[in-house]
Design a protein around this ligand. Structure first.
Ligand code: NI
Length: 261
């Protein structure tokens, strides 16, 4: 079986001591490719450096909504430059977050629109972060797509309900599930997964955060994506092999990944 971890923060200091070993464990678990993603200019640069250093990695660059307020003038323009790098396969993470409320909402909306425009301009998909802002994200995407045309992309680490998942699929987006799907209390996340067609599902770890059961509590790492994939297969009612094949094909198509690492 082959998996693709579509969202990991491999620049995180928690990988500084053992990244090559973690990537070897991922390969042994069948993880052919990992997308490593930035949340600000510095981590976006780090993602590109990692993707240059390791052939099985690809980079995603952007300024995450919780980091929008601390972005210096000119940071986004440098993300625009980075987005054209051949090892960069998507723009993000971007979106809206009402949970942490670390940046004024109007500023988050402004950055979200700028990332969507960038994705459109460079012909790469967008990776959307959404935390307790589901209605806002759907509304922002709808308005933006109506005005400027649709952008391909993914709702990452989906934590909304089934109706939101259906709305996102209706907008042409993919929906990616992380470790939360495996948590006992996350019944609404599993209901959302059931509402997504197999050809729009993706899996991710969001490493180093929120490891799936049975690794919950440990530092998350790309090898663990297979646990989330197995749980997702059970939720949507297909074999683990079929779920792995579908999510891997979906990731390769969405992000334009070559068939082998
Ligand atoms: Ni993330």
């Amino acid at each position: 079986m082959t998996w693709i971890d579509t969202h990991a923060h491999l620049d995180d200091p928690r990988f500084a001591a053992d990244l090559p070993a973690a990537l070897a464990r991922a390969a042994a678990a069948g993880v052919a490719r990992v997308l490593t993603i930035g949340v600000d200019l510095a981590t976006s640069r780090a993602a590109v450096r990692l993707a240059e250093a390791y052939p099985q990695l690809a980079a995603v660059v952007g300024i995450q909504p919780n980091h929008a307020a601390e972005a210096a003038p000119g940071d986004f323009e440098q993300v625009v430059e980075l987005a054209r790098h051949p090892r960069v396969v998507a723009v993000g993470e971007t979106g809206l977050d009402r949970h942490w409320d670390r940046a004024p909402f109007a500023l988050q909306l402004d950055f979200f629109a700028k990332h969507l425009a960038l994705a459109r301009a460079c012909g790469k998909p967008v990776v959307v972060h959404c935390r307790e802002a589901e209605a806002d994200v759907v509304e922002a995407l709808r308005a933006d797509f109506a005005a400027h045309g649709p952008v391909a992309g993914v709702m990452h680490s989906f934590s909304g309900d089934a109706a939101t998942a259906v709305a996102c699929v209706g907008l042409g987006l993919h929906v990616s599930f992380a470790g939360m799907l495996t948590y006992k209390t996350a019944e609404s996340v599993r209901a959302a997964a059931k509402a997504v067609p197999l050809d729009r599902l993706l899996v991710e770890t969001d490493s180093p955060y929120l490891a799936p059961v049975p690794m919950r509590g440990k530092r998350n790492e790309p090898a663990f994506v297979a646990h989330t994939g197995a749980a997702l297969a059970g939720v949507v009612g297909v074999s683990v092999a079929d779920l792995a094949a579908a999510t891997t094909a979906n990731a390769r198509r969405l992000f334009g990944l070559p068939p082998d690492a």
